[in-house]
Design a protein around this ligand. Structure first.
Ligand code: TA6
Length: 298
């Protein structure tokens, strides 16, 4: 608790969250999943999409904001360390209770550090002796630093993603730059490997694409809200682009039928062959830096 800047509360479903209000931004982060649910830099509209129909209850992933996907992406699949395929889609991190290690104010930035360590649930799923440290810097920019530490005496393997939902004016009118000439797997076309030839990606249908072996920043040009959002990253080789479009959205209980129009996920990740293996005592930090700039609307 930092009076007037960071306040901890509990919602009516018993979830604890921190409300952040500073000279640079307002934000909200739930301890379940260390889930940044809202971030609104001063002078801008909210940058993150949050579904009005999302659950905010124990054990249910929040629909929107920045879900932390760890230690596998999508359905669990076997890898060089384990042949197991059981466990929740997108791993256990986003529905686990994280602990607050520290809160700090640096100039107008509000920094929270949260940690997730092995527990009965993770051990039952084969993950023991690890620690994930998540540093979130809430300011005019949003900086997310996900550090995984291998505290065991053998190799661990994991996938990870900061599954960020961005708020947009109309998903059909976006121009997404930064993925030209980049290979991706098309999950809407039997995971076929393809290469994006166009300089600019426009969304015209359900889009579900892990772009691999790319370290490029991505820009989302939004002519309706008159702004562009930049997602820079470090130590991430995968960028996932997802929009469920109308049909799939109609099957999602926690999304309004029109919700797909107002969001796009640009996910900073290491998945598929970009997954990470860590030797005993090693650590890996993936970083996403999100910023927004207004320009005149079309
Ligand atoms: O990142 C895209 C994706 O893997 C899609 O395939 C879709 O499943 C999305 O994540 C959302 O997953 P969720 O489990 O949050 O509904």
């Amino acid at each position: 608790m930092i009076p007037g800047v960071v306040a901890f509360s509990e919602n009516d479903q018993g979830l604890t969250y921190a409300t952040i209000s500073s000279a640079s931004c307002n934000a909200k982060i739930f301890l379940q999943g260390a889930h940044v649910a809202e971030w609104c830099p001063v002078g801008h509209e909210p940058v993150l999409f949050l579904s009005e129909k999302s659950s905010f209850s124990r054990g249910k992933a929040i629909r929107g904001g920045v879900p932390i996907i760890f230690p596998w992406f999508g359905p669990r699949s076997s890898n060089q360390v384990s042949s197991r395929t059981d466990g929740p889609s997108h791993g256990f991190a986003r529905t686990s209770e994280w602990k607050v290690l520290k809160t700090a104010v640096v100039n107008d930035d509000v920094c929270l550090t949260l940690i997730l360590e092995a527990n009965d649930t993770t051990r039952d799923l084969g993950y023991d002796k690890f620690r994930v440290v998540y540093d979130v810097v809430h300011g005019q920019k949003l900086e997310l630093r996900l550090s995984v530490e291998n505290q065991s005496d053998k190799e661990i393997y994991f996938e990870e993603a900061l599954h960020t939902y961005f708020a947009v004016g109309d998903a059909r009118r976006l121009k997404i730059k930064g993925l030209a000439d980049t290979e991706y797997f098309d999950k809407t076309d039997r995971f076929k490997k393809k290469r994006q030839e166009e300089i600019v990606l426009s969304l015209t249908a359900e889009t579900d694409r892990p772009y691999v072996d790319t370290t490029a920043a991505v820009e989302i040009y939004d002519p309706v809200l008159g702004r562009h959002i930049t997602v820079e990253k470090q130590n991430s080789k995968t960028t996932v682009v997802w929009n469920p479009w109308s049909d799939l959205t109609s099957k999602l209980a926690d999304m309004d039928t029109e919700g797909w129009l107002r969001m796009v996920c640009i996910e900073t990740a290491n998945v598929l062959h970009n997954g990470i293996s860590l030797g005993p005592g090693d650590a890996h930090t993936m970083i996403a830096q999100i910023s927004v700039e207004q320009h005149e609307t079309d």
